[in-house]
Design a protein around this ligand. Structure first.
Ligand code: ITT
Length: 183
């Protein structure tokens, strides 16, 4: 089986590929710009995007909308994560967190799969924002996120290690088990 992943982010594709390959599913990237609305939740953003794309594409596809939610910043950057990553970047987040001792944060990922109907799968991972960037792997905010119970940041892990515990890995797991039961 082949699955189209609509995203501009090669890091997300790498994770989905590594996750699905052992299950015999080939993921391929389709770079198709779609509107990302301003909304309060990742679910709303993902659902709007998927329904918009469903009118343009005539094959099944999935997309992933994700974000980093920092407790001390009341959930910021959250749904604005892509914009904040492009503008403030990792350095900007570390600066905002200077002097803040409560460093709790979580990543959340919402996968929207369209096969004529909409199916939503979510995953979350709790952890902390580190005080400095560590590691060269992964993408986005990975160098400053240390998942709870681990000494390494996501950027210090292999894709396989990250997939076992990450928000996206968990959403992919829910997606894969749904596919197994419904195909
Ligand atoms: P799309 O084309 O798929 O939308 P994107 O990178 O714009 O790609 P999002 O809109 O979902 O993705 O924005 C999420 C932001 O959060 C983005 O800047 C990512 O770098 C960051 N992010 C999401 N998942 C992450 C992860 O697993 N590790 C580190 N950063 C992540």
């Amino acid at each position: 089986m082949r699955l189209a992943f609509i995203t501009s982010n090669p890091g997300k594709v790498e994770e989905a590929r590594k996750y699905f390959r052992p299950l015999g599913v080939e993921v391929y990237q389709l770079h198709f710009e779609y509107p990302e609305i301003q909304a309060d939740t990742l679910e709303e953003v993902a659902e709007y995007g998927a329904r918009w794309l469903a009118k343009k594409l005539d094959e099944p596809f999935f997309l992933d909308d994700s974000g980093l939610f920092i407790e001390a910043l009341k959930g910021f950057p959250g749904v604005y994560s892509a914009y904040v990553y492009r503008t403030l970047g990792i350095k900007g987040i570390l600066k905002l967190m200077e002097g803040i001792s409560d460093r709790r944060a979580y990543f959340k990922s919402v996968i929207a799969y369209w096969d004529g109907e909409l199916h939503i799968f979510t995953g979350r991972v709790d952890g902390e924002i580190t005080t400095e960037a560590r590691g060269k792997g992964g993408f986005g905010f990975d160098p400053i996120f240390r998942p709870a119970g681990f000494d390494k940041t996501f950027a210090e892990m292999t894709t396989e290690e990250k997939n076992v515990i990450s928000h996206r890995g968990r959403a992919l797991k829910a997606f894969a088990s749904w596919l197994r039961e419904n195909l």
